[in-house]
Each structure stands twice: as C-alpha cells, then as structure tokens.
Design a protein around this ligand. Structure first.
Ligand SMILES: [Zn+2]
Length: 399
C-alpha cells in the first residue's frame, strides 16, 4: 500500500457544504507570508508564485466549484529558517505533527514550509531551491482547495496526489495537469524506477499518487474520479538503476553546471549529475560547504560505465579536508582527510581537478594528489558523477 506513507503532509479534512459559486472570480487571495529576515529577497517571487497559482487554479480545479458561502480563515504561509525554528513555532502555536516537513492546517488557513537549514549558500539564491519551491506550491495548492468542498471530499491520497500533480515548476498555463516532468533528475516520475513501492524512497510515493490522479482526471471528467482506481498496484517497469535526485533539497542549473544540495539536520541527499565525464578534457570542480550548524560532510562518487561495483569516492569535509579512495561493492571505504590548508577558513570554496592521462585518473586539490588506474579498477569511461552531502549544504560548480 502506498497511502500509509503519504503522511508527511497533512491532508485537508472536510467542511460542510452550504452553497456553491462559479469560478468567475479569480482574484488573488491575500496571503500573509512570514519569511526569515535573511531570505527576504524571496518574498517577491513567492508572492508572484502564489498569484500565478491563484490565476491557474480555477481552471485546474473547475470540476470542483468554489463555495463562496464558506468563511475562510486568512491565508498564511510560515517559513521557519530550519527544523529547530519549525519545532519552536509548532510549540508556541500548539500545532501537532512533524514540524520538519511541510504541512497545511486547513482549519487555520495555515501552511508551514520549513527551510532545511539557514545557510548562506541558500540565502544567496535569488529564487528558492527548486525542490523547496515545489513544496511551497504543494501547500499552496492545499490552501486553494479549502473552499472547494467537492475536492476536499476526496480521500487524502487523492488530495495529496492532486496537490503534487499540478505544482511542478514547469507547469503549463493550465497547471501541471498536462504532464509530469520525465527528465533528469526524475522528480516527477521517480516511482517508475522501482518495481515495488516497498523499496522506493518516500518521494516516489508522491509521484505515484500524482500519476494516479493524472490518470483518474484523464479518464473520468466527473467530480469524484477516485473510487475506481486500483491504488495498490505499483505498475512499474522492472527494477532500474536510478540516476537522479534522492532526498531533499536540491537546486540546479544544468547549463551553468551549478548544483546545490541542502539537507535537514542529520539527513542525506544524493544527486547524480546529468552529464557523464568522458575524460577527454580535465574537469574542474569548484566546491563549497555551507557554514550552517551541523556535522557537514560532502563529496563526489565516481562510477564507471560498466557493471563494476568499484567506485572512487572524493570526500570533502567542513574543515576543508579532502580524501580520495576506492570503494568496492557493499563495503563503504574510508580514508582520513588530508590536512586542510591552515590559512583557509571553514566553508571556504575549493577547486579540485579530475584529469585523465592514459588509463590514469588524477585527482588534484591544492597540494593533494591521488592517482587511480581505471583499467586495473575495471572502471570504464565515461564516468558517472554522484554528488553527496550529509547534514549540510554543498555547492558544486563544474567546468
Ligand atoms: Zn500535501
């Protein structure tokens, strides 16, 4: 079953129906947006996003008319700067649930969408990270559903799937009811990579629900298209090797070769870069770890194109330490950090270079150098590069 695991976002309950209105009024509803001071630059784009959703939602949700007789609370979105601030807000406001994930409280007209961490690498962004923006839109979709009794009468999994379905940032003019993103890093169709729900990450369960809702909406034009769906069938291909994004949060600009990962405390995020490295030109890696509190550790893992289980890990620590070593099969390898340059401060940006010389891969950073014979390791070019971070924020620029 998929539904049991969809609990990280609260589903709206039901209101009694007292009268039904049409959708001619698509004015933008007022929204109180509480942002941490350091992220004030996001106010304008977030309110613009809210306005765009207000304009699109009537078309997307037309089969469930608004009930103008309902007295809605004033809408408010609170953005705690990290999990700790989210816990504090829940405690003061008397809210229940896991504060570290986004959640909507229908009776209060309130959504809480916490940042993974208050980090300069995030605060430097002119727009929120893509996956965080997706979560913001998901909760806004719940808020916009509150005066549509027909939609709120849907089972929780359907409301979750619907909110998820129409909030990708590449949504078309009519919302995202056209198609989910099928492209790297596969965050719109993640469930297709696992043959059973049981083994799949929690994000895959969201894309599965969204896919089901898309199917239901396409095959049944009525106001309750959910009863006939077979939800417990995970109609997927055979197990594929997933090469996209695992965990939250991430931001990317493929054209610029720029990638940013940020985790909640103690969590892990992996991202397989979209381009393989064929070794013909050296690859410059500009790396920086954020300074927000945590035992940050980040780095890259290099995989060969063949079936080999061998991989090369480049380990990069908050103190600027660097290590590069081979890992085999299930065994996680380990090599202590080379001493960082003492003149550098925590979180300073560093450059590493990958360079091929015959079958030899050279990994260089400052005066650190390691050489790996790819032929002896049975690693074939081109190499797949996975970016990893635990308990921190990690910025990578490739050139
Ligand atoms: Zn939700």
């Amino acid at each position: 079953m998929i539904v049991a695991a969809l609990g990280s976002c609260a589903s709206p309950g039901s209101h009694p129906t007292t009268g039904v209105d049409d959708d001619t009024n698509s004015a933008v509803l007022p929204l109180q947006l509480d942002l941490p001071p350091r992220f004030e630059a996001w106010r304008k784009p977030l309110l613009q996003e809210w306005a765009t959703m207000n304009q699109r939602f009537p078309a997307v949700a037309a089969r469930w008319p608004r009930d103008s007789a309902l007295e809605l609370p004033k809408f408010r979105v609170v953005v705690p700067e990290n999990s700790e601030a989210a816990y504090a807000f829940y405690r003061i406001a008397g809210l229940e649930g896991d504060p570290s994930v986004p959640r909507t409280f229908p009776g209060l007209g309130l959504a809480v969408v916490p940042l993974p961490r208050n980090d300069a690498l995030l605060a430097d962004l002119s727009l929120p990270m893509k996956t965080w923006m997706h979560g913001f839109r998901h909760e806004c979709a719940h808020l916009l559903s509150l005066d549509r009794p027909g939609l709120r009468a849907a089972p929780g999994w359907f409301q979750e799937g619907f909110a998820e379905l129409w909030c990708p940032s590449n949504a078309g003019e009519s919302g995202a009811l056209t198609e989910l993103s099928q492209a790297w890093p596969y965050w719109g169709n993640m469930h297709l990579w696992w043959s059973t729900a049981k083994d799949a990450p929690v994000e895959a369960q969201y894309t599965y629900s969204a896919g089901l809702v898309a199917m239901a909406l396409a095959t049944d034009a009525g106001p309750s298209p959910w009863p006939n769906l077979q939800r417990d069938q995970w109609a997927s291909h055979a197990e594929l090797q997933f090469t996209g994004l695992r965990g939250r949060h991430a931001d990317w600009d493929v054209a610029a070769g720029r990638y940013l990962l940020a985790t909640r405390p103690g969590q892990h995020v992996d991202l397989d870069l979209p381009k393989l490295w064929d070794g013909r030109q050296p690859l410059q890696l500009h790396m920086q770890i954020g300074r927000s509190p945590g035992k940050s550790e980040a780095g890259l893992v290099l995989f060969g194109s063949g079936v080999s289980e061998t991989r090369i890990r480049l380990r990069y620590g908050l103190g600027g330490g660097f290590a590069a070593y081979v890992e085999e099969g299930e065994t996680a390898g380990y090599e202590a950090f080379a001493l960082p340059n003492e003149r550098d401060q925590l979180g300073v940006a560093r450059n590493a270079t990958l360079r091929m010389d015959g079958t030899l891969l050279h990994v260089e950073m400052l005066d650190f150098e390691r050489t790996f014979d790819l032929e002896k390791l049975n690693l074939q070019l081109p190499l797949r590069i996975r970016m990893v971070v635990r308990d921190g924020a990690f910025l990578l620029h490739t050139k």
